[in-house]
Design a protein. Structure first.
Length: 222
């Protein structure tokens, strides 16, 4: 099966694991996905670039096409881990603009945050009609979603977090280029929170957002 992986400019991942063309590494498949028991990969080149700020956060990442096998562990479409990964070849790294990062976040957030005011703002932002920092600041209606009659509402809290982070990403994107890093970080956080909210939604038939499709939409200009 083909997946995609990022390394730093020295072709290493954290812990000094060295990669290169035709290199195979194995892992135990034990423990949490974020631990050393798994080798991390992405479902698409677009997701690798868009989610880098919330994962390895490589400053000068190198993208690899890899073959995976063995045991697998998945995190809501955000990232996966396998016990055997072979790097096949380097790929050209897609250049992602600030606008595209924010677009990805805004495409994801309304799928779990159902507030009409927020959806209206998201539609206007996507169309290019309204992208000011002021409108982004007003986009998330205040609501107390931390608890309900049955206790803590994980889905609502995650949906709120997705909307807040998407709004923050758009707000930073409306400012100077120096805000690029903050916009990228908030955009990635919004995507993660949206994925958590979808997973926590007991009424959802498909508990994972189709992040691969949404990432392609964000980068395609559609």
């Amino acid at each position: 099966m083909i997946k995609y992986k990022l390394t730093d400019e020295n072709l290493r991942t954290y812990g000094g694991c060295q990669w290169g063309e035709g290199v195979t590494h194995t892992a135990s498949g034990e423990g949490e996905l974020c631990g050393p028991g798994w080798i991390h990969v992405y479902d698409s080149p677009e997701l690798a670039v868009l989610l880098n700020p919330m994962h390895a956060n490589f400053k000068n990442p190198v993208l690899w096409k890899v073959r995976v096998s063995g045991l697998a562990k998945h995190d809501r479409g955000l990232i996966s881990g396998y016990t055997k990964v072979t790097s096949l070849r380097r790929m050209e790294l897609t250049t992602v603009s600030r606008e595209q990062r924010v677009k990805f976040a805004i495409l994801c957030a309304p799928l779990v945050y159902k507030d009409k005011q927020f959806k209206s703002w998201a539609t206007a932002w996507i169309s290019g009609k309204e992208r000011s920092a002021r409108s982004a600041a007003a986009a998330v209606a205040p609501r107390a979603a931390a608890a309900d009659a049955s206790g803590y509402d994980a889905r609502a809290a995650a949906a709120d977090a997705a909307a807040y982070a998407a709004r923050a990403a758009a707000s930073y994107a409306a400012r100077a280029a120096a805000a690029d890093a903050a916009a990228a970080t908030y955009a990635a956080a919004a995507i993660s929170a949206a994925a958590y909210a979808a997973r926590a939604d007991s009424a959802s038939e498909n508990k994972n957002l189709n992040l691969k499709r949404l990432a392609k939409m964000a980068l395609s200009g559609r």
